[in-house]
Design a protein around this ligand. Structure first.
Ligand SMILES: Cc1cc2nc3c(=O)[nH]c(=O)nc-3n(C[C@H](O)[C@H](O)[C@H](O)COP(=O)(O)OP(=O)(O)OC[C@H]3O[C@@H](n4cnc5c(N)ncnc54)[C@H](O)[C@@H]3O)c2cc1C
Length: 467
C-alpha cells in the first residue's frame, strides 16, 4: 500500500492561485499534490483558472485560494456590507472594549459640496462629543460598584470595568464611526463579496469594493478579475423601493415575534436522529417517534441533548427545523446579531423611525437629558438627510436606535446563538434578544429547547430605562 501522507501546501512557498490549481488537478492527475504544485508557475495557474473556473464555471476550485484582507478606517455602515458573506470570517474593532476618537468618522462622498454636509458633520460631531462626555459620569458609577482591587493599577482597573460603562455610552455612537475589520475569505466568496460591494447604494462601499478587488488581484490575479456590479440587484432594489415607499405598516409592539415555525420540528429532529444510526426509512423513523410514549420521547431527548458538555455542539439532525422571527433590536445589538452568519437574515435599512433605547446607567449618571437631546437631534438631522438620500442618512443613526430584522434559523443555530448571547458576559441588548428567542422557542418546543444552557438570574431589564 502506498504510504499515507499528510502535509501542508504552504502559502509561504506557493501562491494562493497555485495551491488552488494543485488541489483542482488531483481530479484528473495521478501525481501527488506536491508534484503538481512544483510543476506550476503563476502563468500556468492563471491559464488553468481562466479555462476551468471562469470559462467552465468550476467555481469551487477558487475556494482553495484563501486571502487575509486588512480593512482599516471604514464606517460601521460599510462594515455591514463587508461582513454580509456567510462563508467568510471577520474580526472587528469592538465598541465594548475600545473608545472612539472624536474625529473617527466618515463623511460620505455623496455629501461633497452638498448643502447638507454641514448639518451632517455637526450632528456626527455632536454625537461624538456627547459620547465622550458620557464616559466620565458613567465610569464614576461603575467605579463605585466595582471598586479597585488591592494592588490593581488604574489602567488595569479601567480595563476590568470598561465594558460595564462603555456598553451604555456606545448607544450614542453613529453608524458613521470608523472601525477596522480583518477578513479571511476564499477567492470564491471574495468574488461574490466584491460584486455585492460594487452594487451597493453607498459610494463608500463601492469604493471599498474597488480597493478590495485591487488588493485581492495582487494575490489572485485571475480569480476575482471579473467581479463587477450586479445590474439585476440594482434594478430590483429600485423597483422594490418604488413599490414600498410610504408603506410603514402599523408597527409591532412585540420586539420578538416568532412568525413561522414547524410545529412538528421536535418529532422530525428525533426521527432524523434515529434515522442517522439505523437502517429504516425516514417515514418509518417518523412514525416510530409519533407513537412513542411521552416518557420514551423524554428519554430520547435526554440522550440526544442532555449529555452535552460546555463545548459540545448538538448533532446536525437539529437542523431539521426552522424558526422565523421578525425582530426589533437596537443597532448595537444588530451589529452583534449580524455576525451569526449561519442564519438567513434580512435587515431593513438603518433609520431613526423606530425609536431608541435609553440605558439605565445613562439615567443614573444624570446624563439622560443630554442623551435624549442628542438622540432627538440625530433623529431630526436623519429626517433632513433622508429626504435627500435615505442610505446616506443612515450614517447619522446612533447605535441606540431600533432596527427591524427578519431571521430564519434552525434549532442547532438557535442553541449556538442563545447560549453564546445569553451568557453573562454578553451585552445586555443582545442578551434580551437571546432570552426572548429562547422563550419563544421553548414555549412551542420545550422538550428539545430545555437543554439550552442559560445562566440564572438574568438582569437585562435592569440595564434599560426604556427601549
Ligand atoms: C464575548 C465575546 C466577545 C466578542 N468580541 C468580538 C470582537 O471584539 N470583535 C469581533 O469582531 N467579534 C467579536 N465577537 C463575535 C464573535 O467573534 C463571533 O463572530 C460571533 O459571536 C458569531 O458567532 P460564531 O462565529 O461562533 O457563529 P455563527 O456565525 O453563528 O456560526 C455558528 C457556528 O458555525 C460554525 N462556523 C461558522 N462559520 C465558521 C467558519 N468560517 N469556520 C469554522 N466554523 C464556522 C461555528 O461552529 C459557529 O459556532 C465576540 C463574541 C463574544 C461571545
Amino acid at each position: 500500500m502506498p504510504e499515507r501522507k499528510i502535509y501542508l501546501l504552504s502559502p509561504k512557498k506557493y501562491s494562493p492561485e497555485t495551491i488552488a490549481v494543485a488541489f483542482a488537478k488531483t481530479s484528473r492527475s495521478p501525481q501527488s499534490f506536491q508534484e503538481i504544485a512544483d510543476e506550476l508557475n503563476d502563468e500556468a495557474s492563471a491559464e488553468f483558472h481562466e479555462k476551468w473556473v471562469v470559462g467552465y464555471g468550476h467555481a469551487s476550485v477558487a475556494e482553495h485560494a484563501v486571502l487575509h484582507i486588512a480593512i482599516e478606517n471604514v464606517s460601521r455602515m460599510a462594515i455591514e456590507s463587508i461582513e454580509s458573506n456567510r462563508l467568510a470570517s471577520y474580526t472587528e474593532k469592538s465598541t465594548r472594549y475600545q473608545k472612539w476618537d472624536t474625529n473617527a468618522f466618515v463623511i460620505p462622498p455623496e455629501l461633497d459640496a452638498h448643502p447638507l454636509r454641514e448639518i451632517y458633520e455637526q450632528t456626527v460631531r455632536m454625537l461624538f462629543e456627547t459620547y465622550t462626555a458620557s464616559l466620565a459620569p458613567a465610569r464614576a458609577i461603575i467605579k463605585e460598584r466595582y471598586p479597585r482591587k488591592e494592588g490593581e493599577s488604574e489602567a488595569l482597573w479601567d480595563r476590568r470595568i470598561r465594558s460595564k460603562y462603555v456598553d451604555s455610552c456606545r448607544f450614542l455612537l453613529p453608524a458613521a464611526s470608523l472601525a477596522n475589520v480583518g477578513v479571511t475569505a476564499n477567492a470564491r466568496v471574495l468574488e461574490s463579496a466584491i460584486r455585492k460591494m460594487l452594487t451597493h447604494p453607498l459610494a463608500e462601499v463601492r469604493e471599498i469594493g474597488r480597493k478590495v478587488k485591487l488588493v485581492a488581484q495582487g494575490e489572485t490575479p485571475t480569480l476575482v478579475k471579473y467581479a463587477e456590479a450586479v445590474p439585476y440587484i440594482q434594478a430590483f432594489t429600485q423597483y422594490a423601493i418604488r413599490n414600498t415607499q410610504g408603506a410603514r405598516g402599523k408597527g409591532q409592539e412585540d420586539f420578538t415575534q416568532l412568525i413561522d415555525f414547524d410545529v412538528d420540528a421536535e418529532n422530525k429532529i428525533l426521527a432524523a436522529a434515529l434515522y442517522r444510526f439505523g437502517e429504516m426509512s425516514y417515514q418509518d423513523a417518523f412514525a416510530h417517534i409519533q407513537q412513542l410514549l411521552p416518557e420514551k420521547r423524554t428519554e430520547l431527548a435526554e440522550k440526544l441533548l442532555g449529555g452535552m458538555d460546555k463545548y459540545d455542539i448538538p448533532l446536525r439532525e437539529l437542523e431539521y427545523s426552522h424558526y422565523t422571527f421578525d425582530l426589533i433590536m437596537d443597532q448595537g445589538a444588530y451589529f452583534e446579531f449580524k455576525r451569526h452568519r449561519m442564519m438567513s437574515q434580512t435587515p431593513q435599512a438603518l433609520t431613526a423611525n423606530l425609536g431608541y433605547a435609553v440605558p439605565k446607567l445613562i439615567s443614573e449618571a444624570g446624563f439622560e437629558d443630554r442623551y435624549i437631546a442628542a438622540m432627538d437631534a440625530a433623529a431630526a438631522a436623519y429626517q433632513q438627510l433622508a429626504a435627500f438620500n435615505p442610505d446616506v442618512a443612515g450614517y447619522l443613526v446612533p447605535n441606540g436606535f431600533n432596527r427591524r430584522v427578519l431571521a430564519t434559523f434552525n434549532l442547532r443555530e438557535a442553541y449556538h446563538f442563545v447560549q453564546l448571547r445569553a451568557a453573562r458576559n454578553a451585552h445586555f441588548s443582545i442578551r434580551r434578544v437571546a432570552r426572548e428567542i429562547y422563550g419563544a422557542i421553548e414555549k412551542h418546543h420545550p422538550l428539545l429547547a430545555q437543554y439550552m444552557r442559560l445562566p440564572e438570574g438574568e438582569t437585562w431589564q435592569d440595564h434599560f430605562a426604556s427601549f
